[in-house]
Every structure is written in structure tokens, then in C-alpha cells.
Design a protein around this ligand. Structure first.
Ligand SMILES: Nc1nc2c(ncn2[C@@H]2O[C@H](COP(=O)(O)OP(=O)(O)OP(=O)(O)O)[C@@H](O)[C@H]2O)c(=O)[nH]1
Ligand SMILES: [Mg+2]
Length: 366
């Protein structure tokens, strides 16, 4: 029996099994098996495994956004509009056959936008170019899920399922679980709160299934079996996703209003140039980037340049992004802006900088 058949069989069993307290344990084990096979499917390690021909595009700029969606929803039209890079658009499905990069300049940041072929249900298990497309999505800092506002049905959910199948977790945080494989000592299990989905016995069993006999487990939130498996497998990517409904020129204002109220959602029309700028500002927001400025002693800050950094970056990170060895010469920093109580304020390497801060690095003498 091939892996795909095995997966189908377990999925059937999961669907057949009633979800209740008595079956939770059994379901947990089935899910662990499923996850194991899916990994085998996605990451063939042996030489015999099918080689997936990717269409990797060199990463460039400060962040990467991947356009994911069904065919003909307007991904290429949007890329052309937002970046000025031409990507062929047409009124038939699967117009785009490869990965086409464009660049958005916003707030001083270069954002790489990737136009990709449309995907269909079953993409994650190898239908069409789905696998390749989804593996590009995995490298993105943000997934821009493009949807067709004129199409009914839960397109979003179908696509989410495809992304999930390859280990992408959207709009959620990594579960608060400490997990470390050890050389010996068996399984040490602890939790800081009462667990309603997991038990020590189930964790032992799950780990045995993955042939892990020595490990330290500390659970700090009431997580599900799936959360736990995610952490054990460790190859999950937690990526933010912005849902974008295009073609609102084709639907009524009431319908637009209803869609726009959903969380993490923006509505646009490429055809009528509606809301495109707002979408780009939301992309920036969802990327969670900040811009800080550096200044030399006695000079004005360099408001033209500016460094684009991840939100949460420390002064150490600022140093690293300026020069490899700057951190070694670092004495202290002077920081002006919202991250300080008064300006300027002396700050050490661990100080977190904020958007629009100005930073002067003072080096050690000698
Ligand atoms: N009415 C309307 N049509 C649009 C809009 N945006 C794009 N289209 C049309 O939708 C069709 C598909 O657009 P594409 O940009 O090729 O779609 P795609 O998602 O890149 O499609 P694939 O490459 O096949 O996956 C084209 O005929 C576009 O002109 C819009 O805002 N409103
Ligand atoms: Mg296209």
C-alpha cells in the first residue's frame, strides 16, 4: 500500500470515529500516524523519493509575501498593479505557470511579492503544481490569500487545509510547549496547568510512536494533540495570512460589507482600482516590520536610509544589521523615540527598539 492510500485509510477512520472523551486517546494516536505519513510524503529523504522540481526565486528585499489562491482570482492582475512587474493575466485558469517576483516599495521597505500559479484542492498531495506552490508559500513572511468575491462557498477553508497539510500554521502562535529530545532518562513530563486534551500517558504513547524514548516535555498551555504533534515534528512554520477578496466590483455593497467584516480580511477590486493602497498598507502591518534610523554623533539622523527590521528587534539586532563586528565594539547606544522613557536614553544590547526610533551607537574606546 502506498503512502497516499495509507493516509486516505487513516483519514477515513478519523472521520468514522466519534469525537468524545472516550475516543480522544485513540484519535490522538491516529493523528500522530497521519502526521508521520504526511511528513514522509512531503519530505522524501531517500534518493528513491520523487524529486520535486521547484521554482525557487532568489529572496530579496526586506520581506517576502506569497500570493496563494485558486486559478483566475486575480493574483497576476494584482502583482502587475502593485509592483509594475508584468505578469500575464487572462480569463482562463492556470495562466501563470511559474513563480514571478515583483517588488513593492513601502515605508522605505522593499517587499518581495511572489505571483504563483493557482492551486486547487488536493494541491498538497501533489495535484498540479500545488506542491511546488505551497513549498514557496512556506518560505514567505506573509501569505496573501487571494479569493474571488463573486464565488460562493468556503474557498478559504479549502486553501487553509492545503496549507495546513504541509505544516503551515496560519495566524496562530507556536504552542507554548518546551520539548527537547534527550540521550537518556526516559520521558520527563510536566505541565504548568490542568490539561483537558492531553495526558501523560497519551504523550508517552505519541512519543513512542515517533520512536522517541528520552525527552523532556513541559506544557505551558492547554494545548491539543495536534499542537503537541506540531511541536514534536518541529518543522512547522507559523505564518501570518491576510485574506484578500478581489473583484468586489461584481457584487453588491451589502455583500462587500459582510465580507469586509471578517477578521484578517481586505476587499479590493483590481479592475476598478479599489482599496489597493489600503491592501498594501495592511501588508506592511501584517509583516510586522519597523523602521529605525541611525545617526552619527553630532549629525542629523539619516531619515532617507533607515533600517527595516522585524518588530521586537533589540539594539544587538540593529548592530548586526549594520555591520558584522559592530556588536564587539559596542559600548552603549543612545536612543530617541517611543521605546525610551526620555530622549535620548542610554540603552544596552538587549533594549528593544520601536518603529521610528533613532539610534546612535557609541563604540568602545581604543
Ligand atoms: N471583474 C473583475 N475582474 C478581475 C479583477 N481582477 C482581475 N480580474 C480578471 O480575472 C481574470 C483572471 O485574472 P488573473 O490575474 O490572470 O488571475 P490569476 O489568479 O493570476 O490566475 P492564474 O494565473 O490562472 O492562477 C482576468 O480576466 C482578469 O482581468 C477585478 O478586480 N474585477
Ligand atoms: Mg496568474
Amino acid at each position: 500500500m502506498g503512502i497516499l492510500e495509507k493516509i486516505a485509510e487513516i483519514e477515513k477512520e478519523v472521520a468514522r470515529t466519534q469525537k468524545n472523551k472516550a475516543t480522544e486517546y485513540h484519535l490522538g494516536l491516529l493523528k500522530a500516524k497521519l502526521a508521520k505519513y504526511r511528513v514522509m510524503l512531503l519530505e522524501p529523504t531517500g534518493k528513491a523519493g520523487p524529486k520535486v522540481q521547484g521554482f525557487e526565486v532568489v529572496r530579496s528585499g526586506d520581506a517576502r509575501v506569497a500570493l496563494i489562491g485558486f486559478p483566475s482570482v486575480g493574483k497576476s492582475t494584482f502583482l502587475s498593479k502593485a509592483t509594475g512587474t508584468k505578469s500575464e493575466a487572462a480569463n482562463y485558469e492556470f495562466t501563470t505557470l511559474t513563480c514571478i517576483p515583483g517588488k513593492i516599495n513601502y515605508n522605505g521597505a522593499d517587499i518581495q511579492l511572489l505571483d504563483l500559479p493557482g492551486i486547487i484542492e488536493g494541491a498538497s498531495s501533489g495535484k498540479g503544481r500545488g506542491r511546488q506552490v505551497i513549498s514557496v508559500a512556506k518560505t514567505a513572511d506573509l501569505i496573501l490569500m487571494m479569493l474571488d468575491a463573486t464565488k460562493a462557498g468556503n474557498q478559504r477553508h479549502l486553501l487553509e487545509k492545503e496549507l495546513e497539510a504541509v505544516g503551515i500554521r496560519i495566524n496562530c502562535e507556536k504552542p507554548n510547549i518546551y520539548f527537547k529530545v534527550k540521550k537518556g532518562g526516559g520521558i520527563s513530563f510536566n505541565s504548568t496547568l490542568k490539561l483537558t486534551h492531553l495526558s501523560e500517558k497519551l504523550v508517552q504513547q505519541l512519543l513512542k510512536d515517533y520512536k522517541i524514548h528520552n525527552a523532556e516535555v513541559l506544557i505551558r498551555e492547554d494545548c491539543t494533540v495536534d499542537d503537541f504533534i506540531d511541536v514534536v515534528l518541529g518543522n512547522r512554520k507559523y505564518i501570518r495570512c491576510l485574506y484578500c477578496y478581489n473583484k468586489i466590483d461584481q457584487i453588491s455593497i451589502e455583500e462587500v460589507d459582510k465580507i469586509a467584516r471578517q477578521p484578517n480580511t481586505v476587499v479590493i477590486s483590481c479592475e476598478n482600482d479599489l482599496n489597493i493602497d489600503y491592501l498594501i498598507s495592511q501588508i506592511w502591518k501584517y509583516l510586522n516590520l519597523i523602521r529605525v534610523y541611525t545617526k552619527k554623533k553630532g549629525e542629523f539622523p539619516d531619515f532617507e536610509g533607515g533600517l527595516i527590521l522585524k518588530n521586537g528587534t533589540t539594539v544587538a539586532g540593529v548592530c548586526e544589521s549594520i555591520h558584522k563586528t559592530l556588536k564587539d565594539e559596542f559600548q552603549f547606544a543612545l536612543v530617541w523615540g517611543t521605546s525610551t522613557k526620555h530622549s535620548p536614553q542610554r540603552a544596552g544590547l538587549s533594549h528593544k527598539v520601536e518603529d521610528e526610533d533613532v539610534i546612535q551607537i557609541v563604540k568602545k574606546k581604543g
